[in-house]
Design a binder for this molecule. Sequence first.
Ligand code: ATP
Ligand code: MG
Length: 474
Amino acid sequence: MKRTIYLKFLLGYAIFGIFSYVLIATYVPDMLTRYFVHEESSSLYQEAVLIADTYASKLYTSEISLETVKEQLNALTVFLDADIWILNPSGRMVLDSAHPVDIEEVQIVEGFDPAGVAGSYYVIGNFFDYFDTTKLTVMAPIMSNYQINGYVVIHSDYSSILDSCYSLQGAIYLCFGILFLLSLIILIFFTGFVYIPLRKITKATEQYATGNYHYELQPDSSDEIGYLASILSYMASEIARSEDDQKKFVANVSHDFRSPLTSIRGYLEAMLDGTIPPELHEKYLRIVLNETERLTKLTNGLLQLNNLNTKGLLLDKTHFGINKVIRDTAASFEGTCQKKNIKLQLLLTGDEMLVHADMGKIQQVLYNLLDNAIKFSHMDSNIKIETTEKKNKLHISVKDYGIGIPKDEIKLVWDRFYKSDASRGKDKKGTGLGLAITKEIMQSHGENINVISTQGAGSEFIFTLPISEKMEEM
Ligand code: ATP
Ligand code: MG
């Protein structure tokens, strides 16, 4: 399995790290140096201006001696960690805080040109080649009577400024490194909450794709990914269930087709080889005919169920009088009822009761229910068909006082091919599809059908139909 999401995430993480590092390495040193130079030079310049305005100008007006000024500047030199000079405009050194005053030895800064420093209050360099190392130098003119008498010059070591920059830069890199490592927590979260559950889901879908619908996928969180996992696992269980149903269905179909075919074949063979004498042929041919009728019924039922399934809601709904339909269906069973001496009672509300449904299909529902009721009724009993009106719905009940359905089998009567053991013995022609078709028809109408039954006492099947709005106009 390709682990692309994880690789992509790692790649994104690495790119984030590299970009941030490059950005910091490009801008931070420059920014820091500029900041430190600015800070240092402006504070030195303020000192230089102060000295120029006080001791230095007093020196030029001979108010104080060179020694006094030197003493004062010595303290400042230590405090500022810098060299303080007083220079004449010509470049002759009047005072150097780093060296004792020596009037004999005249020190001159060769090539000193104040204009070279003009324009900025600081310069970085070796001060007209005077030093071997790089210095940050500030210069303040010593004025009196609008004339420049000399300059206060302060030199600070540029390398010590760079050192401060480097140490701060180091701290920044360290912070970045720690932050980068801390952001690994996101990666850990991603791995735990997204990547691993996603891998489990992928593994499960691979199993489902190969047909292993019983593979267990446990959602381990209640977030979107957990929801996805539970939906997938539900989907798989549904597919597994429908696959099982399918297998059961095919097994039932083949079984129900095989038994009549076996008996047809058995009788025909027996007739051909003379086991059944010719005078009995008619009797057995009738049995064979019966069996073929059963096969036809079975095939028709299956075709019908299939059509109901595929067409679903394709119903030919009309507004029709249900009372007439019930009476007609009941009439068609007159002969069968007479044989068993069963009395059909019709308790119908209203002279005419219009409902909105597919008339042919509802007729079939009534036919199936009545057929069952008669089939599973005892001799000399009653069957009641009753309609009642409740909140825009018509409840139609078909009630018999026959064998009833065992409690734990009530749920199963709607299944295709289901026939209770009792009925298997009694009714050999039944396919077990009648109620499945009935349920399918009611479902496609969006209506309900229910059964109340007590074993040995009888059963009542009740279904609903929408009362036609045309009833109000009547
Ligand atoms: P077919 O309808 O194809 O002739 P069937 O009647 O056996 O066959 P269904 O109508 O689907 O099939 O009924 C399924 C089973 O439910 C029946 O075999 C019977 O066991 C039980 N059953 C249905 N109606 C009743 C009833 N009124 N009383 C007792 N049992 C019933
Ligand atoms: Mg039936």
